[in-house]
Design a binder for this molecule. Structure first.
Ligand code: SF4
Length: 507
């Protein structure tokens, strides 16, 4: 039998002789010239960021710097550089000061910005949270540039809220008794720290440990205060003893998130210009619901740009009586989906065991007496009313003795100790007008654009910039973090819509 020539094995030594490999030399030392200007090409977005930041008035950042010419002291990092580093880092989805400091050591874009210098991460971290007012002005300054470029008209603004995870796990939320136990332990640890008998660690490590214990005690004290605030905000009927606050970030709140799960979060409110999708206002709230957030959002846009939007478009979470009145007073045209009309649904009646023959339509309303008559001929008198969303809910109830002695009680109001009740929902005049407007094809067409515009920046800052979870803690700091991200987002849009097309036209 003849063997297959393709199966003939070539001896290993022979194979190695045929291959001419390039040797890897890890022992050599190289000295290479670096032309910093050529580290990034002319179309790199890092150049656009620097170009824009250089044009801005950063007086409010410079005003706080104490190191000046003619006075002893070390020079400080230029705010233009620190702003550009943070904007470029957020653009690339990096929110860690340590990571930026590390990238300054080898990444061409960061090296180009710093001129091959390395910025300490403490400097970067402090800069991000130190200049609250100056950052607000910077955001407005950039909006001014975008407005000058024709990207902002305020004819139509889409507004939406998005939940961003807090830097605190759900497990850090405790009830009052647990928080008090933890606080007692933390206070004991603080009292015993610095004991010379136990000082085996270096001074630096010991100082860090002491600072960490003090911060822990402070956070627990703040958590107990937050707990009282949450209790005070709860309605009368709710179980206030079950209220919990986070020992990691006392200002975070448990909220229902987009994935349907509850978790610690903040509610970031973003107003977006209808045409160019530029963010014209950003705020952060601890309220889980959006119901009361549109009026402050319109005020923020006005403060940023000196004028109110002509029209705002929102989803059903914002459209309620108070918002309609506020927008009407501000002469802002409100477009939105119709709010949920609450009331007892057929499903709920079924759950309560009410037979379909005794659903509300079986009861007759009498306008002259403002009362209902039940299928057994008894009267349900007006009991009280409640304003909910954009509707007024009026409740009517039968007498207990009428229902107790009624042959239909088991089908009509099984198990109730009170008489049968009915709720009639009445739309307010504002709601009627709003409903009529939202039935027009023009309003419907405008509303259809809402998701595409309002959710565009939400998706961008979460997917491209990584703001799915805050890195900082506390309402003030997370607001600053949101502002940095939205500033970086706006600059990205300026690069996309203005800088890049101009660059391509020049080539
Ligand atoms: S149970 Fe009460 S409300 Fe219902 S049919 Fe009888 S009397 Fe009327």
């Amino acid at each position: 039998m003849r063997s297959d020539p393709s199966l003939v094995t070539v001896p290993q030594e022979e194979q190695q002789r045929r291959v001419r490999r390039k040797e890897i030399n890890r022992q050599q030392l190289l000295l290479r010239p670096v032309e910093v200007e050529k580290l990034v090409d002319l179309g790199d977005p890092v150049r656009a960021i620097w170009e824009l930041v250089e044009r801005l008035n950063l007086e409010s950042f410079y005003a706080e710097i104490e190191s000046v010419e003619g006075v002893a002291g070390r020079p400080v990092w230029d705010p233009r550089l620190l702003i550009s580093l943070w904007i470029y880092a957020y653009k690339e989805g990096i929110s860690s000061a340590r990571e930026i400091a590390r990238l300054c050591e080898y990444h061409p874009a960061y090296q180009w910005l710093t001129g091959l210098d390395v910025v300490n991460y403490h400097t970067l971290a402090d800069f991000r949270i130190h200049y609250k007012e100056a950052l607000d002005r910077l955001f407005i300054e950039v909006l001014g540039v975008l407005s000058h470029e024709g990207l902002i008209t305020l004819e139509r603004v889409m507004h939406d809220g998005t939940k961003v995870k807090a830097c605190a796990s759900s497990k850090s939320f405790h009830r009052k008794a647990t928080l008090e136990d933890h606080l007692r332990l933390a206070r004991e640890q603080v009292q015993h720290m610095g004991d010379p008998e136990s000082e085996e660690l270096s001074q630096r490590v010991e100082k860090a440990r002491q600072r960490s214990l003090r911060e822990k005690q402070q956070r627990l004290e703040e958590a107990l205060k937050a707990l009282e605030k949450i209790k005070a905000s709860r309605s009368k009927g709710s179980d206030k003893e079950k209220v919990r606050a986070s020992s990691t970030d006392p200002e975070a709140r448990i909220m229902l998130q987009a994935n349907g799960a509850y978790g610690s979060a903040y509610n970031v409110q973003i107003s977006t210009e209808g045409q160019s999708k530029i963010i014209v206002g950003v705020g952060v709230t601890q309220a889980s619901a959006d119901a009361a957030e549109l009026e402050p959002a319109v005020d923020r846009v006005e403060a940023n740009l000196g004028q109110r939007p002509k029209q705002v478009v929102v989803d059903g979470g914002f459209t309620n009586q108070a918002t309609m009145e506020a927008m009407s007073a501000k002469q802002v045209d409100l477009i939105g989906s119709l709010p949920e009309r609450s009331g007892v649904t057929p499903r709920r009646l079924e759950q309560l065991g009410v037979s379909p023959e005794f659903y509300p339509q079986a009861f007759t309303y009498d306008v002259s007496t403002d009362s209902y008559q039940c299928p057994a001929g008894k009267v349900l008198k007006f009991e009280g009313e409640q304003q909910q969303s954009a509707s007024l809910h009026r409740r009517y109830r039968a007498k207990v003795r009428d229902c107790k002695g009624c042959e239909f009680q088991e089908q009509c109001c099984p198990g109730t100790k009170k008489g049968r009740s009915l709720v009639r929902s009445e739309a307010t005049p504002e709601m009627v007008a709003f409903q009529a407007k939202m039935e027009t094809p023009e309003a419907r067409a405008i509303y259809k654009q809402r998701a595409g515009v309002a959710e565009f920046p939400n998706a961008w800052i979460k997917d491209k910039m990584g703001l799915r979870q805050f890195r900082l803690r506390g309402l003030v700091k997370v607001t600053l973090e949101s502002l940095w991200v939205c500033l970086a987002y706006n600059i990205c849009q300026w690069i996309r819509l203005c800088w890049k097309p101009r660059r391509l036209a020049q080539v």
